[in-house]
Design a protein around this ligand. Sequence first.
Ligand SMILES: [Cu+2]
Length: 59
Amino acid sequence: MPQHLHGLPTRPRVTAHLGNGDYLVEGVKFQMGGWWVMDFDITAGGRTERVRFHLQLKK
Ligand SMILES: [Cu+2]
């Protein structure tokens, strides 16, 4: 949470490859509503790129 300078209380991780480029991420647990930024670092073919999602969770 950029406004609170803290992250999740959990450590999410990819737990399954579902096929067609889809992956299951488990362990995402938001402890409060508000503005969250989620970064996903994706490594393939020796390169790593980051995709960033901005979420606004209602309380
Ligand atoms: Cu917070």
